[in-house]
Design a protein. Structure first.
Ligand SMILES: Nc1ncnc2c1ncn2[C@@H]1O[C@H](COP(=O)(O)OP(=O)(O)OP(=O)(O)O)[C@@H](O)[C@H]1O
Length: 472
């Protein structure tokens, strides 16, 4: 039996690809073959449900090729086989962690009970289902003022129970965490209630499936699939605007689920009322529940996100050192969206690990020139000097001049520090704007402020205040 399964596994890996194999098939084992039926053990009901739909045919074929007299499969939820990678999730490559997957159909009785059951016909198009990203959980979602309401509403839906607002409509600009929250809801809800039938997909996939159902005359199956879920989650709903028959079907699906008291979660890049070419009746339906906006991130949230991502990256790049002020610098300079922020940090870690160097401000500027330039908010060194002089009530000419008294030297160093943090000017360029000072003087000034900031709270507050007013 062992040899048979080993042979079938290699064949399956070759057939479905290593990625799919590791994710879905490696955790399975063959329990028995009896009366033409092979009994496959799956560690979770979820996996069993998924595999029975998507991989029944390849498994059957592989067993037959290995010489087994098998006509059917049954699935049993049982402890993982020893072949499963049992290392903790953080030590396994992300792609190898079996991902929770939005169940495209009601959980089968076979999966629900630990008893063998017949196999369902696999879905024809695996691409149509939307796998959840294992990183997009509530634990990994950093909460701050701009997203606290969206987060709280998402948590509420994930808890299940009585439906208080339907639909939950999440909207916001690019890369602000809509998809992350949607996955987190699906993941959490599935964990709390493994029986729940959750369907998460993009509006584009909804349309694709619908068109496919029309073409293949399986619209009744399509309707049944969508109307028998407990939680429907549709991402980027603006996509179906202007697509008349898809909108129509979406409207009916929506109504059927609401009538049955089933929860719906929708995301879009704008509020329902602002989606162009969306039928009025749909807009009004979408507006019936709770509409929450993911606001653009503020400095504090960006910094917290960077800190949290840094902790995660440290697992991949142990021992890498991160210099002072780097995260603050990134949080100030990259304001476009979290995806870009995350990408910048990822690049920095990879670069520093290749070079075997500490991540400091110079490396950051060198390595991220393109990203920084794109999100440059165009604060000039001169503006910084003016603002600092005004704040400390000194003359601009004194700020850039040669006098070394402390009442001038400290604000001057603050201005140098802000110039480095807030512009993409090099040290020699900054030096030229400070009365032709040498770049080592500028570097010394910046280091001094970096040190003082950690010890002197009022100085740190002053700097934050200056920065905010320059950004405004
Ligand atoms: N508050 C947050 N905490 C942690 N990570 C976040 C947060 N917000 C966004 N991210 C991360 O930023 C990236 C982009 O987020 P996501 O894909 O959810 O954005 P989106 O709003 O769906 O964007 P789009 O409009 O492009 O679909 C993801 O990697 C996500 O994990």
């Amino acid at each position: 039996m062992d040899d048979l399964w080993t042979g079938a596994r290699s064949e399956l890996e070759a057939r479905v690809g290593t990625h799919n194999y590791v994710t879905w098939l490696a955790p399975l084992s063959l329990r028995a073959i009896d009366g033409g039926s092979a009994d496959i053990a799956c560690p979770t009901r979820f996996l069993s449900d998924w595999v029975s739909r998507h991989y029944a045919r390849p498994i059957l074929d592989a067993l037959v090729h290995q010489g087994a007299e098998v006509e059917r499969l049954s699935f049993t939820v049982a402890a993982p086989s020893p072949a499963v990678d049992t290392r903790p999730a953080e030590l396994r490559p992300v792609d190898s962690i079996p991902r929770a997957v939005a169940s495209p159909m009601p959980a089968t009785a076979a999966a629900a009970a630990a008893a063998p059951a017949p196999v369902r016909a696999p879905l024809r198009d695996e691409e149509m289902t939307a796998p959840l990203d294992a990183r997009f959980t509530f634990d990994n979602f950093v909460v701050g003022k701009p997203n606290e309401l969206a987060h709280a509403a998402a948590r509420r839906v994930a808890e299940g129970g009585h439906v208080t607002f339907n639909p939950l409509f999440l909207y916001g600009g690019v890369g602000l965490g809509k998809t992350h929250l949607m996955h987190a809801i699906a993941y959490e809800r599935q964990t709390r209630d493994p029986q729940a039938r959750i369907l998460y997909l993009s509006a584009e996939q909804f349309m694709y499936r619908f068109v496919q159902a029309l073409r293949e005359r399986t619209v009744m199956d399509f309707k049944e699939l969508f109307r028998t879920v407990d939680l429907l989650m549709v991402d980027d709903v603006q996509f179906i605007a202007g697509k008349d028959s898809t909108q129509e079907e979406f409207f009916h699906t929506f109504n059927a689920l609401v009538d049955q008291g089933k929860q719906i979660v929708i995301s879009a890049d704008r509020a329902p009322g602002e989606i162009k070419d969306m039928e009025e009746r749909i807009k009004s339906r979408l507006s019936c529940g709770l509409i929450v906006d993911l606001h653009p991130t503020d400095y504090e949230l960006r910094l917290s996100i960077l800190q949290s991502k840094t902790e995660q990256f440290r697992l991949t790049y142990p021992g890498l050192r991160l210099g002072q002020g780097v995260l603050e610098f990134l949080a100030h300079r990259i304001t476009s969206n979290v995806r870009v922020l995350e990408g910048a940090l990822q690049r920095l870690f990879a670069f520093a690990s290749l070079m075997g160097r500490e991540i400091d401000l110079d490396m950051t500027q060198e390595c991220l020139t393109d990203i920084l330039r794109a999100s440059d908010r165009k604060v000039t060194v001169e503006e910084i000097q003016r603002k600092v002089a005004e704040h400390y009530n000194i003359r601009l000419s004194d700020l850039v001049g040669p006098k070394r008294v402390r009442t001038l030297a400290r604000p001057r160093q603050i201005a140098m520090y802000l110039a480095k943090q807030m512009t993409s000017r090099s040290l020699p360029e900054i030096g030229r704007r400070f009365g032709g000072r040498d770049h080592t003087t500028i570097m010394h000034g910046i280091r001094k402020i970096e040190e003082l900031r950690t010890e002197d709270r009022s100085l740190a507050e002053d700097i934050d205040l200056l920065r905010r007013s320059l950004e405004a």
